[in-house]
Write a protein that binds this ligand. Sequence first.
Ligand code: URA
Length: 204
Amino acid sequence: MNRVIYEPDFDLSVVGSLEELQEQVAGCTRCNLRAGCTRVVFGEGNPGARLMLIGEGPGADEDRMGRPFVGKAGQLLDKILEAVGLERFTHTYIANVVKCRPPGNRVPRPEEAEQCLPWLYRQIELVSPKIIVLLGSTALQYLIDPQARITVMRGRWLVSKSGIKIMPTYHPAALLRDASKKRPVWEDFKQVKEAYLNLYLSQG
Ligand code: URA
């Protein structure tokens, strides 16, 4: 990523597959969130997807189902993807900054994200997407810059050291609270779709 805020203090490079990683994450007790959640929400989608979406952390529905973005925000995300001609299981892989639900859906604390981010970094390496969409300010701040503002950064492409194109946009839950954010998110996902199609064109 552009800026690694937390250097992993455990080496995951030996974990060779998403399945193996998922098994290890299932047994993770590196922070207190695991004790308070029902299920670990590892992430899901096309393991070879060129497009990866990263949210904040599981909510109540995700915690119950063990799957990311299955509640109201997730249903809206599905509609947004559909509107630009993308389907989550075919075209995307979806994960979160933290894999266990923070109590009461609060924002993950730095010490929780610090313990969980190495899992996400390895997940990104294993999926190896060409494009990442950061959904909301938590993903933006933990993956790019703790001071970054989503209102300023959304809609602008960033590029990681390894060449991944990164688009920050509003979290779908924010759209449920404020309908005026729908238009900008639509514009952002149109850019994402265009970049996605360009991947194929550039490969001939
Ligand atoms: N919000 C998130 O950030 N992630 C989920 O998986 C669900 C809701």
